[in-house]
Design a protein around this ligand. Sequence first.
Ligand code: DC
Length: 220
Amino acid sequence: MTGESTDEVRIIAIDGPAGAGKSTVGRAVAARLGVDYLDTGAMYRAVTFAVLRRAVDPNDKQAVEDVAMTMDLDIGDVDGATRVVVDGEDATVAIRGREVTGAVSAVAANSAVRAELVERQRSWVTAHSGGVVEGRDIGSVVFPDADLKLYVTASPRVRAERRVAEIGGDVDDVEASIIERDRKDSGRDDSPLVEASGSTLVDTTGLSIEEVVEHVLGML
Ligand code: DC
């Protein structure tokens, strides 16, 4: 990265599997740099919420595309958490629930949905003059020319233990569902989860958030 200018549009892309610490690291890095943060997983979850609200089958490609094209999505960080409003309804809590989590992989595998959300993500970055953008395909597809591309990961066991510490549950069950979601995210045809070329691998196993954030800031 070059220059210290504050009016320079800077994009930091953070990809990696579920539960690796991307959101915590991304938010902390954005706060330290004084830039905005976008959780694109929340956008796929928001489409899934709208699909379920409209009683559409998540596997009905055309109907799901229609939802993505017509839904009103307002996403923004409030007090360090992503607030999502879908068609005027606050979906912040519901997008993290079991129903949405169970259906989101099917919606994220829909190419028309991806195309629509990629466009909205690029518009967001333009409107916010850059930022930290987190997801699965940010460095590979959405912003291949990002100033910094990170691939943040940790072992499935550690990811499961962190999730259980946050929201409870059985570590073995959570680990199994994490492995299953990784398999779906990495195995889909359109924009699978991959380490983008030019990205830096950050393995957070055994590191605290503070250590990871300092490490990332040191790369800028
Ligand atoms: O990060 P998350 O668990 O909230 O993501 C929800 C789902 O959306 C997950 O199945 C991966 C998918 N996703 C994606 O396909 N592309 C992105 N850029 C972000 C998330």
